[in-house]
Design a protein around this ligand. Structure first.
Ligand SMILES: *Cc1c(COP(=O)(O)O)cnc(C)c1O
Length: 372
């Protein structure tokens, strides 16, 4: 699905010397690479505070820990997402309230949010799924009306621009109280191990999240709140500093792949290509098709026989996961989410794709359709 080896070959000298530099200076934890990466990411995103942490799941957990919520408080979130988004809610004793997504953008449907609000609702966690932003203007309006926090799961959309109704532009992850992202190797800005970050424009939340990520410590060996241990290590920060400079060109490369697929698949009425909403520019973490009247799982198997990888993100929506059975979540009625989980299939998309590979993938899909 990705080709991280070819991508590395292109930046090898810079990466190798940056990693060696960390080793030679032995500043493995909280070294200068981490603080430099932090400020470079702050200026790239145009946000006041970036707090690096160990991974995207921790970023979400730390964000929710900073909101002073009580057990049983409710958080409205899509069911059609990676498990990490909602798992941390249950871990903290909070109740995920699953709502529908928009069938075109795959992101949380703002009209479904308002209907799910109760007097226990404290926050909304939208996910910018596959690299396209949720409708943040609409979500922020609802949050303001009901006095709710908004925490963006930006793990799949870092670098995406959001076009506000008032004409201003901001980067996803900076449009709400807190934005969370992941630097898992296959993400659009990936490191060579685990990594994550939290961002906010709120000074108070930033200070609190920094403290939580560092054992709730206010000064050395004085611990004011229960926290955790979540650090980005210096080697990963050194890699990320180099890859951050490439991020915009990586996004362009991904979009070119998406354009190629869009043009090819437009000829097939059994295939619905990704809808690009007007609220943001799609950074195509995934290129995800919806199939009409085709056996999705059979296509998945057929492509494997052609050595073409394809993936189902995600085969089981969160509300149907056993993990959440204590909440009775499986009784939630989410027909669009269920419809999508049966019909989506993601094709390879990355920064190093060759036309030959695209040809093989497209002609393999066409061959499957022609056999039907
Ligand atoms: C990858 C991902 C995460 C979790 O990030 P990790 O770094 O793997 O912990 C959370 N949410 C979404 C939507 C993701 O894609």
């Amino acid at each position: 699905m990705v080709d991280l080896i070819s991508q590395y070959q292109k930046i090898k000298p810079a990466i190798d010397s940056a990693i060696m530099n960390v080793i030679e200076n032995a500043q493995f934890i909280n070294g200068p690479e981490v603080s430099s990466f932090q400020s470079e990411l702050e200026s790239y995103l145009g946000v006041k505070h970036v707090i690096p942490c160990a991974n995207g799941t921790d970023a979400l957990q730390i964000a929710l820990m900073a909101l002073d919520l009580k057990p049983g408080d409710e958080i409205i979130t899509p069911s059609f997402t990676y498990i990490a988004t909602t798992e941390v809610m249950a871990l903290l004793g909070l109740k995920p309230v699953f709502v529908e997504v928009d069938k075109d953008t795959f992101c949380i449907d703002p009209t479904a949010i308002e209907a799910a609000i109760t007097d226990k609702t404290k926050a909304i966690v939208p996910v910018h799924l596959y690299g396209q932003a949720a409708n943040m203007d609409a979500i922020n309006k609802i949050a303001k009306k009901y006095n709710l926090f908004v925490v963006e799961d930006n793990a799949q959309a870092i670098g995406s621009d959001y076009y506000h109704e008032d004409g201003t532009v901001s980067k996803t992850g900076t449009i709400s109280d807190i934005g969370c992202t992941s630097f898992f190797p296959s993400k659009n800005l990936g490191c060579y191990g685990d990594g994550g970050a939290i961002c906010t424009n709120n000074d108070e939340l930033a200070a609190k999240m920094r403290m939580i990520a560092n054992h709730g410590q206010s000064k050395r060996y004085y611990h004011d709140v229960v926290g955790c241990n979540s650090r980005l290590d210096s080697i990963q920060a050194a890699v990320l500093r180099i890859k951050l400079r490439e991020l915009d060109s990586y996004i362009i490369a991904r979009r070119k792949v998406a354009d190629y697929y869009d043009a090819f698949f437009s000829a097939f009425n059994q295939i619905i290509t990704p809808v690009r909403g007007k609220e943001s520019n799609h950074v195509f973490h995934q290129y995800t098709l919806k199939l009409e009247g085709l056996d999705r799982d059979a296509l998945n198997v057929f492509l494997a026989t052609k050595d073409v990888p394809s993936m189902i993100y995600y085969p089981v929506p969160a509300h149907r996961q056993k993990m959440f059975s204590a909440f009775g979540s499986e009784n939630t009625i989410l027909p669009i989410t269920d419809w999508l989980t049966e019909r989506v299939i993601s094709l390879p998309i990355h920064t190093e794709m060759e036309e030959e590979q695209l040809d093989l993938i497209c002609s393999s899909v066409a061959e499957f359709i022609n056999q039907q």
